[in-house]
Design a protein around this ligand. Structure first.
Ligand SMILES: C[S@@+](CC[C@H](N)C(=O)[O-])C[C@H]1O[C@@H](n2cnc3c(N)ncnc32)[C@H](O)[C@@H]1O
Length: 278
């Protein structure tokens, strides 16, 4: 009998564009959606970066991060989250993992401060290069939908956490309703895979965070639906005046338009979560 191997991790396509914008100075270190306290009032006056920083702050509050801890950020992007912790914590071990050496090169421009130790590793989230029980906190912000298996990642996160350690993060999941408005594999999935892929478990066949945490031996904690608080983000990632640009061959923009439509039409969920290792 042949055993199927998980697909090798690939760098998400949209980072070809994002790495360039970072070097041009038109993008910051956060690569996630923003959080609005009053999304109905929408934040015309507020820059996207402020809302992105608020999402990060909410997650760090949920994680209860403190000086002296060992903290791992999986899918660390350009290092925005760990840069913030480096600036305000001391004597901590701050480690970031990513599959993309270009992003890790950007992370390495962060100078260690306050006697913190910074470490950046090129590795797959489903095969973390750390010994068991190494970390007080594992963070995973808006990255998990790229991983070959959410289940494998949860097991790895649980393995590298110390007893009493905490996993905190955010995730985007498609709701069951999406299946009714889609031709699977085509009109919804294709543009998102082209622009934001890899997105292996696109239809969320194995994406119940509470169940994944329980199976990994983590205690059920908090799962918070912040879909409406994150919706205004699309005014920045796919602005109204981009509507007629969907067939220009710009795959990143096409993906952003599709994600915006799914978000506004109520077909996806943006969740924050926190689980603890007993
Ligand atoms: C939307 S970005 C989020 C980045 C960062 N967490 C933030 O909030 O700014 C997703 C990140 O996950 C990384 N990633 C994708 N697949 C990965 C994998 N299999 N293992 C580790 N990181 C991965 C991407 O390269 C990217 O940095």
């Amino acid at each position: 009998m042949t055993q199927s191997m998980p697909p090798a991790a690939k760098v998400p396509a949209y980072f070809d564009y994002l790495v360039e914008t970072f070097h041009q100075g038109t993008a910051g270190r956060f690569v996630h959606l923003g959080y609005w306290d009053k999304p109905q009032e929408r934040a015309g006056a507020e820059p996207f970066e402020a809302a992105q920083a608020r999402l990060d702050a909410r997650l760090m509050e949920m994680a209860d991060v403190r000086s002296g801890q060992a903290i791992l950020d999986v899918g660390c992007g350009f290092g925005g989250t760990l840069a913030g912790l480096n600036a305000r914590m001391k004597e901590s071990w701050l480690a970031g993992v990513n599959v993309d050496p270009r992003q890790l090169a950007i992370c390495r421009t962060i100078a260690p401060a306050n006697l913190n130790k910074l470490e950046w590793q090129e590795a797959d989230a489903c095969k973390l290069p750390f010994q068991s029980a190494s970390f007080d906190r594992v963070l995973c912000i808006e990255a998990m939908f790229h991983f070959s298996s959410r289940r494998a990642f949860f097991k790895e996160a649980a393995r590298v956490l110390k007893p009493g350690g905490v996993l905190v993060g955010s995730d985007i999941t498609l709701l069951e309703s999406t299946r009714r408005v889609a031709v699977p594999g085509f009109c919804i999935e294709a543009p998102l895979q082209d622009g934001y892929g890899p997105w292996p478990d696109f239809w969320c066949d194995d994406a119940d965070h509470a169940e994944l945490a329980k199976a990994a031996g983590l205690r059920e904690g908090i799962i918070s639906d912040v879909t409406s608080n994150t919706t205004p983000s699309h005014l920045f990632t796919a602005p109204e005046d981009a509507n007629d640009a969907h067939d220009t061959g710009n795959t990143a923009l096409r993906a952003a338009l599709m994600l915006r439509w799914l978000h506004l039409a109520g077909h996806l969920r943006y969740s924050l979560f926190r689980f603890q290792k007993p």
